[in-house]
Ligand binder design. Structure first.
Ligand code: DCT
Ligand code: MG
Length: 432
């Protein structure tokens, strides 16, 4: 029968529990049809979280509250809801009774209340009213524009702008990223499929090896964790000889641009210097590599066969011929005022896709790979584990041991987990 150790543990911890004699307890448990008790370690990086989520309704509800908190600049609350959702994602079966959650980490009063409401009433009033609230809807629509964060959206809402139409009417000044974001709004709010990610991988690989033979491209982010869809496609690029990666990004971008693959791009230089910057700074660890935020112009599936055939000829002009058919609707020639806020014409032969390119020197590659594979919460938890449990600082560049006052080198993700005293968790089980 079931382990009742949580009863004694709860009593020891002073948590109120109803004490039943063993016979009654057995009876009750049989009546509750095999209530399973769960137990999970408290850091997400100690757990194996696959995409097989048995508690989607609960985790969707908590994720929505997390999103609402993040959009309202309440990061602390956002993380609390994300952690609670992540605990439920790691459970091996659906939660059917509150009693199953006793002793689980990261479930605060607020999250427990939401879970209870859903278990008892099939919905949480708080979640439903958040979903329906004008402010949440407006924040979602406006931050759905690439280049628009919660602060900008909030400012616009205070100016009475709640939707794209009002934004266009308002004459608000948009930067280049936001203009591109508005231009390709519908495409960029449509999930990217694995097949599309694979097609883009081929293009990026061709670009990279054309400008630097021997360089390597790895698909990171959600697709590396086994997801079948994502909001963008993330790549990490390196070269096995340290230093050869220097200057690679502008060449890759030039190649992609000259072949007509980029609708938008903005490159930031690598600003990380170990000697200068010291140990990893958790809050800013994502933005210090040479990085290109871009919007790709990806040929539709039916067209891709042709493109690949054309690309094998490897002359720029032949590729241009292929993309030429679309110049009559070249998005770069549109001003954002002309965005029609409708679905793209069915005959359009391409779609816009957000693509992130990151270049890392080989000496930092394992850290970059670990940092860019995600999930976001898994990364956050790794850094929290490193800091709180091991007195180490982990970033996407390095791992610093504060006690030994030295950097710990690693050539693979496995070595980083080992330095951190954690069991190795493969990418497909980092879906916290
Ligand atoms: N990342 C992180 N912290 C951030 C942003 C990103 O640790 N603040 C890491 C984790 C995932 C990776 O970068 C790529 O980021 P996203 O593309 O936003 O995440 P994703 O898991 O790939 O999500 P999606 O599948 O929707 O693209
Ligand atoms: Mg991604």
């Amino acid at each position: 029968l079931l382990d009742i150790s949580w009863y004694t543990e709860s009593m020891r911890a002073g948590r109120p529990v109803e004490i039943l004699d063993r016979h009654k307890l057995q009876e009750q448990q049989i009546n509750e049809a095999e209530v399973v008790l769960f137990s999970v370690p408290s850091y997400a990086c100690q757990r194996r979280t696959t995409l097989d989520n048995h508690n989607v309704t609960l985790t969707d509800a908590l994720s929505l509250l997390a999103e609402n908190a993040e959009l309202s600049d309440e990061d602390g609350r956002g993380v609390a809801f994300r952690r609670a959702a992540a605990v439920l994602k790691a459970l091996p079966a659906p939660v059917t009774a509150m009693s199953q959650l006793t002793g689980l980490p990261c479930l605060g009063d607020h999250s427990l209340r939401v879970i209870k409401d859903i278990l008892e009433n099939e919905a949480s009033d708080e979640v439903e009213s958040t979903k329906q609230s004008d402010r949440f809807k407006a924040l979602k629509v406006l931050t759905g524009i690439f280049g628009v964060g919660s602060k900008t959206a909030d400012r616009w809402i205070r100016d009475g702008i709640h939707n794209l139409h009002q934004l266009q009417e308002s004459g608000a000044t948009l930067n280049r990223a936001q203009q591109a974001g508005l231009e390709h709004y519908d495409d960029l709010n449509q999930q990217v499929t694995k097949a599309e990610a694979d097609a883009i991988t081929e293009i990026v690989q061709e670009a990279v090896v054309s400008v630097l033979p021997g360089a390597q491209v790895v698909l990171t982010g959600g697709f590396r964790r086994g997801k079948q869809t994502g909001h963008d496609v993330d790549f990490l690029i390196t070269h096995p000889e340290e230093g050869r990666e220097v200057g690679l990004m502008p060449k890759v971008v030039f190649w992609l641009e000259s072949q007509g693959f980029l609708l938008y791009q903005k490159t930031t230089r690598n600003s990380y210097l170990e000697v200068k910057d010291g140990p990893g700074r958790p809050s800013s660890n994502m933005d210090r590599f040479e990085r290109c935020l871009s919007i790709f112009k990806l040929a539709k599936k039916e067209e891709r066969g042709i493109k690949v055939a054309v690309n094998t000829v490897k002359t720029r002009d032949s590729v241009r011929d292929h993309t030429q058919s679309e110049t009559d609707q070249n998005p770069q020639s549109h001003s954002y005022e002309r965005h029609e806020l409708t679905n793209p014409p069915a005959h359009r032969r391409w779609r816009a896709v957000r693509v992130d390119l990151v270049v890392s020197p080989i000496s930092q590659f394992a850290f970059a790979l670990l940092g860019w594979t995600g999930s976001k919460l898994f990364e956050r938890e790794l850094r929290r584990w490193a800091g709180h449990e091991k007195a180490m600082s982990l970033s996407s560049h390095a791992l610093y041991d504060n006690k030994q006052s030295r950097y710990l080198r690693a050539a693979s993700e496995e070595e980083i987990f080992a330095h951190l005293g954690l069991e190795y968790i493969p990418p497909s089980e980092r879906n916290a």
